[in-house]
Design a protein. Structure first.
Length: 233
């Protein structure tokens, strides 16, 4: 049974969403501010979390930043209808997805399930020897899906599940262009809709992390209006 943490200062949302998730077979922990959640996470992390952005004591952005210092735990942000800046910033900081309020609880459940499946696929110990699971080396890049590890020129780079899957999809066929739609198919289930800005934000975050290991990193090329490609050295 997967454990989900819900962090929101709206008690109605905590009550209704936790009831829905429990009915779907999840174990749920609820917190009405970021500090309370962080205190609990420092003792034991859940399998994934859903954060509201605007909360007292510690908001969702600060909470995400603290979590990312120690964990790749999947995180979904809840954002208000018009908070496009918050959505983009949250993804750049390392959130895996976002859902806009007011939201369909069925959609939230599907996105939670999609993230957990991807987490299990990346971290699973018993998998077949496929292109998606075997060790891959492309020039200075080495990716090990079974250990969810990435190195660039021998330096470790910490990626979220979504960032890992996008980099893997691009690096598997150097020189070939992947459209945003193709990358969406890699990172999200068919029933989960995301727009182009979500993929672009993940790619920007991915580039930033790679450049933390190498200021000159330029292997991921943007082809404006088309998509992205990985250029092997």
């Amino acid at each position: 049974m997967s454990k989900i943490a819900l962090v929101d200062d709206d008690r109605n949302i905590l009550t209704s969403v936790s009831m829905t998730l429990e009915a779907e077979g999840f174990e749920v922990e609820t917190y009405n501010d970021g500090q309370a959640a962080l205190d609990a996470f420092n003792k034991k992390l859940p399998d994934m979390a859903v954060f509201d952005i605007k909360m007292p004591r510690m908001d969702g952005m600060d909470l995400l930043q603290r979590v990312r210092q120690k964990s790749k735990m999947p995180v979904i942000f809840l954002t208000s209808k018009d908070d496009e800046i918050d959505e983009v910033l949250g993804l750049r900081m390392g959130a895996d997805d976002y859902v806009k309020k007011p939201f369909s609880q069925r959609l939230l459940v599907e996105r939670i399930r999609a993230l957990l499946r991807r987490q299990e696929a990346v971290a699973g110990d018993v998998v077949g020897d496929t292109e998606e699971t075997k060790l891959m080396t492309r020039g200075s890049l080495t990716m090990d899906p079974l250990r969810h590890s990435v190195t660039w020129k021998g330096m470790d780079v910490s990626l979220t599940v979504t960032e890992f899957l996008l980099l893997q999809a691009l690096a598997q066929r150097p020189g070939f262009v992947k459209s945003r739609d193709q990358l969406m198919d890699v990172a999200y289930d068919d029933q989960v809709y995301v727009d182009d800005r979500t993929i672009d934000s993940h790619i920007k975050r991915l580039r930033k992390k790679m450049r933390s290991a190498d200021d000159d990193f330029s292997a991921i090329e943007t082809l404006y209006g088309i998509g992205y490609r990985y250029n092997e050295e």
